[in-house]
Ligand binder design. Structure first.
Ligand SMILES: Cc1cc2nc3c(=O)[nH]c(=O)nc-3n(C[C@H](O)[C@H](O)[C@H](O)COP(=O)(O)OP(=O)(O)OC[C@H]3O[C@@H](n4cnc5c(N)ncnc54)[C@H](O)[C@@H]3O)c2cc1C
Length: 387
């Protein structure tokens, strides 16, 4: 278990640590400087089968489940690496697995399992809708055997490094449906055919190296067979996948937090000021201990949410709580680690400042803290909805 002294999947964790040791800080620093994609790292993870643990064996994956996936991502992040470049290859296929037709699954899942096909782009967010997903306006109009897509998406990560994309579109306007979440559909778009034929990708440079982009759809034609499940029911389909995403990202935060605590403990023991290790001062010790306490509690919540997901239980509230606690614990640990390192916390070669920037993302994406609190207030506590 991620929260205990006796972690789950010890063999997997050990293998991930060995793999990550081949990608030290200097590798990530160089990529970060140029904002380039960690292709060698992602290829190695793919080859070793770490990105296909959620795909059932019948489709060529190892079918180990979400607990194993959380262990993998936690260790990647604890090692100072970043799973953000490829974590979506693990879970984006969940919508296809759960709601795709037998033909779609047979056609795509085995190739996703081997990495021959990369499905790691998930197109939901739009510039004008923000978190209010039912207000998306990217529209797919049925035209004979095709859909014709027009609209715009923003913050779509890894689009330039993906062969397929799970895309959320409106197939009926919001004004023409009974419930705002009706009339939304999921398409599996083949990016290789789409780029230059109605799909334009524009990279967005951000405070961290995350390969995120803006997408423009201008009469993009995709075959009607790209539809996953039933037309108009797509909003429901993606919710389950979002729970998996939140739990997995929470496990990355746990890994980040452990990275910061490991580094802070080591530095506090080594750094001598006023003739003694800075870690002898309680003013330095206590924030490290506090970070450990908070992270340990958050890790228990991540484990609980993952276990509920694996058992097929409703876990929307737990997945949200795990993501919120873990992202806040990792951010506290990040700030503590910079402070413990003094000036060296700002030096590129220590990796602390890079991880500090990377872990900040998770209080905003894939869902911001306020929206989690709103979910808990209304769903778990029965308070009135404010929007
Ligand atoms: C690096 C990066 C990568 C991303 N990757 C992807 C991706 O691959 N695919 C994808 O679809 N999206 C992606 N996103 C988008 C991400 O999911 C959104 O940025 C996030 O959900 C927040 O939405 P928003 O930016 O539209 O903020 P907004 O919805 O505009 O909200 C702005 C702020 O206001 C707060 N707020 C809004 N409404 C309320 C309210 N009613 N009550 C209280 N507070 C409120 C929010 O909590 C937030 O802090 C990514 C974003 C980033 C930055």
């Amino acid at each position: 278990m991620t929260g205990s002294q006796d972690p789950s999947f010890p063999d997997i964790r050990e293998s991930v640590r060995r793999l990550c040791a081949k990608f030290p800080g200097s590798y990530w620093q160089a990529l970060d400087r140029d904002r380039t994609y960690p292709t060698a790292f992602v290829d190695t993870l793919t080859r070793e089968g770490f990105l296909s643990v959620l795909i059932p064996e019948v489709f060529g994956g190892s079918g180990l489940g979400l607990g194993a996936a959380t262990a993998i991502l936690e260790e990647i992040h604890r090692s100072g690496c970043n799973g953000g470049a490829c974590h979506a290859q693990m879970y984006t296929m969940g919508t296809l697995l759960k709601h795709g037709s037998a033909e779609q699954k047979a056609m795509y899942l085995p190739k996703i399992a081997t990495g021959e096909l990369r499905l790691q782009a998930f197109g939901v967010t739009e510039p004008t809708s923000g978190t209010d997903t039912t207000r998306i306006t990217t529209f797919a109009r049925r035209d004979g055997d095709d859909y014709v897509i027009n609209g715009q998406k923003i913050w779509i990560s890894r689009a330039e490094h993906s062969d397929l994309m799970v895309l959320l579109v409106r197939t009926t306007a919001r004004d023409d449906v009974a419930k705002p979440s009706d009339g939304i559909s999921v398409l599996l778009v083949d990016m290789r055919a789409a780029i230059g034929n109605g799909l334009t990708i524009r990279p967005i440079r951000t405070m961290l190296n995350h390969a995120t982009t803006e997408l423009f759809f201008d009469d993009l034609r995709v075959p009607a067979t790209s539809l996953i499940g039933e037309e108009g029911r797509g909003f429901r389909y993606i919710l389950d996948g979002m729970n998996a995403e939140r739990i997995l990202i929470a496990s990355e935060c746990i890994g980040d937090g452990r990275f910061f605590i490991d580094r802070a403990v080591a530095y506090a023991k080594d750094r001598l000021v006023f003739g003694r290790a800075i870690g002898e001062n309680q003013g330095v010790q206590f924030p490290i201990a506090r970070a450990f306490v908070q992270l340990s509690a958050a890790a228990e919540m991540v484990d609980k949410a993952a276990a509920m997901f694996e058992a097929g239980l409703p876990c929307g509230t737990e997945a949200n709580m795990a993501k919120m606690l873990a992202s806040e614990a990792s951010w506290f640990a990040a700030d503590m680690c910079v402070q413990t390192h003094g000036g060296f916390g700002f030096a590129e070669e220590y990796d602390v400042e890079r991880k500090f920037r990377e872990t900040r993302l998770y209080q905003v994406a894939p869902i911001s803290t306020n929206l989690i609190l709103s979910h808990v207030a209304t769903h778990a506590l029965g308070l009135p909805k404010s929007f």
